[in-house]
Design a protein around this ligand. Structure first.
Ligand SMILES: C[S@@+](CC[C@H](N)C(=O)[O-])C[C@H]1O[C@@H](n2cnc3c(N)ncnc32)[C@H](O)[C@@H]1O
Length: 287
C-alpha cells in the first residue's frame, strides 16, 4: 500500500472507532432491529434471499449486516482493521451466524477471495477513496458469477463538486450550523481529478463535524459518471441502468433538510437548485 493509502487507512481507523457512537449511524436503532439500508438500494436491488452478496468498503458493517437480515449470505470487506473488528462484534451481538456474515480486512485492490458472488454491492462515499476505477472494476468482475449483478448507490460526482465547504458571501468559512441564508455554494472540487487531491480533514466527518483526528489530511480522487460506466463496461459488464436523484444521503449543504425517509433535500420552492446528488447503477455479468 502506498503512503497516501496508508494515511487514508489510518484516518478510517480513527473514524471507525468514533462513528459507532454518532447519531448519524444510530447503532442502537440497528441493534433494536432497524435496517440501515435506504429504500433506494432495497427497492432497486430487490430480494436477496439466499444470495451470496459481497459488500465492498463496508465500513463497520451496518449495511452488510442489514443485507444479512434481508436473507443474504454476506461478506463485507474494508481495509480498516478497527471497522472490521467492530463489524464482527456487532454481528455477534445481534446473533447473526458467522457463516452468514463474514468480514474480511483487505484493501479493495488486493481482494482475491477465490470465490464468486451473486451480487457485489457498494455504496455512499466509496469512490472518492479509490485512485483507479479500472482496477476496481477488475476486482468486481473477478468476484461476480456469470449472470451475477453489481450495484452501486453513490454520491453523484456533479453534486460532489460543491463539496461540504460552503462559505459566506464575505468569503469566510463558517460552521454548518449557521444560518443557511448566509451560504453561497462554491465549486470546491473538480469533476475529474487528474491525480490525488490532498484534503484537510479538520472539519470532522460526514457523521460528526466535531470529530478530531490525528491524521490531518487525506488523499481523495473524483471520478465522473463516464469514468464509472466505462470502467465497468470495459471488463465486460452490461449496464442495466444509471439513475440520478436530487436527494443526498447526508447533509451536503447547510440549506438541506432531512425528510422522514432519511434523505436530505434542498427546501422546496422556486430557488431550490436542480442538482443531481445521488446516482445508482446496476450492471450484470453476461452468462
Ligand atoms: C464512507 S465509508 C462507506 C460508508 C458506508 N456507506 C457506510 O455508511 O457504512 C468508506 C469506507 O471505505 C473504506 N475504504 C477506503 N479506501 C479503501 C480501500 N482502498 N480498500 C478498502 N476499503 C477502503 C473506508 O475504510 C471506509 O470504511
Amino acid at each position: 500500500m502506498d503512503d497516501s493509502l496508508t494515511a487514508n487507512r489510518d484516518y478510517w481507523d480513527e473514524l471507525a472507532a468514533h462513528h459507532p457512537t454518532t447519531d448519524f449511524y444510530d447503532v442502537q436503532g440497528f441493534l433494536d432491529g432497524q435496517s440501515t439500508l435506504f429504500d433506494l438500494e432495497r427497492g432497486e436491488l430487490g430480494g436477496v434471499v439466499g444470495e451470496r452478496l459481497l459488500h465492498l468498503q463496508c465500513h463497520f458493517g451496518l449495511d452488510t449486516l442489514s443485507w444479512a437480515r434481508e436473507g443474504a449470505e454476506v461478506t463485507g470487506v474494508d481495509f480498516s482493521e478497527t471497522a472490521i473488528e467492530t463489524a464482527r462484534e456487532l454481528r455477534d451481538e445481534v446473533g447473526i451466524d458467522e457463516l452468514d456474515a463474514q468480514f474480511v480486512e483487505s484493501d479493495v485492490y488486493d481482494l482475491d477471495l477465490g470465490e464468486r458472488f451473486d451480487t457485489v454491492f457498494t455504496s455512499y462515499g466509496v469512490l472518492a477513496w479509490l485512485p483507479d476505477l479500472d482496477g476496481w472494476a477488475d476486482v468486481i468482475d473477478r468476484h461476480l458469477k456469470p449472470g451475477g449483478r453489481f450495484y452501486i448507490a453513490e454520491i453523484h460526482p456533479f453534486g460532489a463538486m460543491f463539496g461540504t465547504v460552503v462559505r459566506t458571501e464575505a468569503g469566510e468559512p463558517t460552521d454548518i450550523d449557521g444560518d443557511p441564508a448566509d451560504y453561497v455554494g462554491t465549486l470546491a472540487w473538480p469533476y475529474h481529478s487528474d491525480g490525488a487531491l490532498s484534503v484537510p480533514v479538520d472539519d470532522g466527518s460526514y457523521a460528526d463535524g466535531d470529530i478530531e483526528t490525528a491524521v490531518e489530511s487525506v488523499e481523495e480522487w473524483t471520478h465522473g459518471l463516464g469514468e464509472v460506466v466505462t470502467a465497468l463496461s470495459d471488463v465486460g459488464l452490461r449496464i442495466e441502468f444509471l439513475h440520478e436523484f436530487e436527494k443526498a444521503c447526508y447533509q451536503q449543504c447547510p440549506s438541506m433538510v432531512e425528510g422522514d425517509d432519511g434523505w436530505w433535500r434542498f427546501e422546496s420552492g422556486d430557488d431550490a437548485p436542480d442538482v443531481p446528488l445521488t446516482f445508482s447503477l446496476l450492471a450484470t455479468k453476461p452468462e
